[in-house]
Design a protein around this ligand. Structure first.
Ligand code: SF4
Ligand code: SF4
Length: 213
């Protein structure tokens, strides 16, 4: 009878460390996610609302603009907020809340919201919305209507004035222009602020910028 070989010890693979899902939103520490939800609850979305604030036509008004057509498809999943790079660093900016307020008809609240101007127009929300809502475009529409009402934050007024004066958003200091020349870079392309001013006059933007429209 042959001697049975001692049974080889089964090699046990060390248990794989449980790793988090790789989506941007789940990489956030739990504490941050909780903070987000808490601050969202605190936001204007749930602040006391009066009956006269509801404008049932607002969502239709937005849907009639290019880029706003799918607004009403939003089912409030929150993907836009969880993937928004600005919402991650802001206690108050929540694209989902703006969309929700628009669907509820809280027109004045949306258009006078300071947070409206924090959007960086990166289009992440639009790319990731499961309902194909063009969130970034909807926010642009909100801003355009706000501007028509004469609501333009000071910083945007300054940028607008710079563009009309210099043809670019930021005035480049002489020193930097000289340095550019010294390093052999080509001169900046010619700009035509006069044409921009004409456009601003024709569209009424100039009046809005000066606060007289
Ligand atoms: S990701 Fe789309 S469906 Fe989800 S809350 Fe944002 S807009 Fe609505
Ligand atoms: S476009 Fe605006 S709202 Fe959308 S993810 Fe970028 S910063 Fe956030």
């Amino acid at each position: 009878m042959s001697e049975s070989k001692p049974r080889q010890k089964e090699k046990v693979e060390p248990e794989r460390e449980f790793t988090k899902a790789t989506s941007t939103s789940s990489e956030e520490p739990l504490s941050d996610m909780t903070k987000d939800k808490t601050s969202e609850r605190r936001g204007s979305e749930t602040a006391s609302i009066k009956a006269h604030e509801f404008d049932p036509h607002f969502k239709h008004e937005i849907s009639n603009f290019h880029g706003g057509e799918k607004l009403k498809q939003c089912f409030q999943c929150g993907t836009c907020t969880s993937d928004c790079p600005i919402a991650r660093f802001s206690d108050s900016y929540r694209p989902r809340s703006l969309i929700r307020m628009a669907l509820l008809g809280l027109k004045d609240r949306v258009l006078s919201s300071d947070t409206l101007w924090l959007c960086a127009a990166c289009f992440t929300c639009t790319d990731r919305c499961p309902q194909d809502v063009e969130v970034a475009s909807v926010i642009r529409i909100f801003r355009n209507i706000a501007v028509k009402r004469g609501v333009i934050p000071q910083i945007f007024k300054e940028l607008g004035s710079n563009i009309l004066e210099n043809g670019i958003a930021y005035k480049i200091p002489e020193l930097r222009l000289k340095k550019r020349e010294q390093t052999g870079l080509p001169p900046l392309p010619k700009r035509n602020p006069k044409a921009l001013e004409k456009l601003a006059k024709e569209t009424g933007f100039l009046k809005k910028l000066k606060g007289s429209g």
